[in-house]
Design a protein around this ligand. Structure first.
Ligand code: ISL
Length: 549
């Protein structure tokens, strides 16, 4: 069966975390005006779809992933007029806009919840998950219990994330109609699609099974995600909110194993277009969770991509990401952000754009931004980090060790302001203090510096984006790993009737000899990350792509 060709498979996504992108008003917080200022920069980079993390009204308990009004813009980000101007600017440059849809939960400050908590007979009561008795103990993502006692009605509500993010009750048809209606509101304004936050979690296991708190990934996969009515809901959403529009969707899919992938994105299913799969995101978590650092192994990393490729076949599609607003900077996590920052950032760029799937580039990746290591917990802003700290402190745990874990895995690593130039606060804001400190490496690493250097990471991305567009083989071609699952080298072949490409990526500070595949001399070099590419072996973090003649 031939794979169906379509625009969203040929596109590249660029994720903006608006709070940290660019401040145009001088209040220290990024905003829509700041995005408008940088649209030419993004068009010049060559990306197609801008995905914005939530810009709706929110009390910002979780930086906008707690929405109190789905039809209005967050005060700090601007007004609806700014939104309209931004959308027009995006479309005028031939790009598209993807909104973040957060409907597993709302904010507790949403009027639905304000009503719901008033009494058991309130018309909004069933918009959320309430229980009279203390239910079975489930862990929340941000620490502590997922059930919260609520005084006014003497009962408990479910919140898989913070207690200010109560889970919506999708069993209630009125809730589903509210969601479809707000989706149509934005689609009618002209947005081009949605990235759907924790969408596999919307159908709850109403038998409330007991869980083992020590195995969080297992709880996510078996209890929180993939619930009994999930596919019925997604199919209904497709019919009632999406089918009439030429838009695209990508579901954030933690807890979805490869063998379930095509239930979400199989073409015949009419549910979602793509999902972000998560297997590689947990490879360096220890038994104590994300802040318990452990090593990752390239063989497992490759295994994740191989398995997804095999599982989806010609039937479904994924979006490929190596970092986003929840995980460390890709170059700090999968590369070497010290001596080989440039080389490894470029190597990862090749991987991101050279696998089968729609690539998603997180803001700042194109300029080679890295993790940050703030010396004090006072400098951190993320609710997950702050809660983990408070919990560890209360339990008398080793706080130095936790801080080391936060430096490696904390979500604020990717939420420091985008570094635009070497002026104060990296040119992000004219305020004295941004909402979160700038990474102190901004005098060296910033957009102005990469734009002034023809050999920079920025222009490497630009070149790769062009290559991907011009070579459908990079998009639709088949994929096969050819390195025999080596622990240092990731080598693979992509091919179709139009061409055959060999990708070689040396994930190491050491040289790599004896490359698999045809002799290098028999092929044509397409792109590489070292200035001189004639050597017969790969140097530290060297990456090359060849075309077979
Ligand atoms: O960040 C994670 C682990 O520390 C992820 O497991 C993350 O919580 C999960 O991927 C869900 O993320 C999404 O929903 C959250 C929000 O905080 C994240 O920013 C969002 O991407 C709740 O809305």
């Amino acid at each position: 069966m031939a794979m169906k060709q379509t625009w969203w498979k040929e596109s590249v996504i660029y994720q903006i975390y608006p709070r940290s992108f660019k401040d145009s008003t001088g209040d220290g917080v990024g905003d829509l005006g700041g995005i408008i200022e940088k649209l030419d920069y993004l068009a010049d980079l060559g990306v197609d779809i801008l995905w914005l993390s939530p810009i709706y009204k929110s009390p910002n308990d979780d930086n906008g992933y707690d929405i109190s009004d789905y039809r209005n813009i967050m005060t700090e980000f601007g007004q609806m007029e700014d939104f309209d101007r931004m959308l027009e600017g995006i479309h005028a440059r031939g790009m598209k806009l993807m909104m973040d849809l957060v409907v597993n939960h709302s904010s507790d400050e949403h009027h639905w919840f304000q009503e719901s908590r008033k009494s058991k007979d309130n018309p909004y009561r069933d918009y959320y998950m309430w229980r009279d008795e203390k239910p079975v103990s489930w862990p929340s993502f941000f620490g502590g219990e997922a059930w919260e006692y609520d005084e006014p009605s003497d009962s408990y509500y479910l919140h898989l994330f913070s207690k200010k993010q109560p889970d919506l009750n999708w069993e209630n048809p009125k809730v589903r109609e509210e969601v479809y209606s707000l989706m149509r509101f934005w689609l009618d304004k002209g947005v081009d699609g949605f990235r759907m936050d924790v969408i596999p979690f919307i159908s709850k296991r109403l038998d409330w099974p007991e869980v083992d708190w020590n195995d969080f990934p297992k709880i996510v996969e078996e209890i929180y995600a993939n619930g009994p009515r999930l596919h019925e809901f997604l199919h209904e959403m497709h019919n009632k909110a999406l089918a009439d529009y030429n838009v695209t969707t990508v579901g954030e899919a933690p807890g979805v194993p490869p063998q379930l992938g095509n239930l979400y994105v199989g073409e015949s299913r009419k549910e979602l277009d793509m999902i972000f799969h998560f297997g590689h995101m947990f490879l360096d978590w220890g038994p104590g969770g994300k802040f318990d650092i452990s090593d990752w192994d390239l063989r497992d990393f490759k295994g994740v991509f191989n398995e997804w490729y095999e599982a989806l076949g010609e039937e479904g599609w994924v979006s490929i990401f190596l970092d986003n607003h929840d995980f460390p900077r890709l170059v700090s996590r999968w590369g070497n952000d010290g001596e080989y920052r440039e080389q490894s950032a470029k190597l990862l760029a090749i991987l991101l754009l050279g696998l089968r799937g729609t690539p998603s580039i997180y803001q700042g990746t194109e300029i080679g931004m890295t993790n940050v290591a703030f010396p004090s917990i006072e400098d951190y802003r993320d609710i997950e980090t702050i809660n983990a700290w408070a919990e560890a402190k209360a339990q008398g745990q080793d706080l130095d060790q936790l801080l080391a874990g936060i430096h490696k895995q904390g979500r604020d690593n990717v939420r420091t302001p985008v570094q635009w130039d070497d002026s104060a606060n990296a040119g992000f804001t004219s305020a004295e203090e941004p909402w979160i400190k700038v990474n102190p490496n901004y005098p060296q690493i910033n957009a102005q510096a990469v734009l002034d250097d023809q050999n920079s990471i920025f222009y490497f991305y630009q070149q790769l984006l062009r290559l991907r567009k011009e070579n459908k083989t990079w998009i639709y071609g088949e994929y096969e790993m050819i390195d025999g699952n080596d622990e240092q080298l990731y080598a693979y072949r992509r091919w179709d009737e139009e061409g055959e490409y060999y990708f070689y990526l040396n994930f190491s500070d050491q040289d790599y000899h004896n490359l698999p595949g045809p002799t290098l001399a028999s092929m044509e070099l397409i792109i590489g990350n070292y200035p001189d590419q004639s050597s017969g072996h790969l140097r530290a973090w060297e990456a090359r792509v060849y075309r077979a003649k």
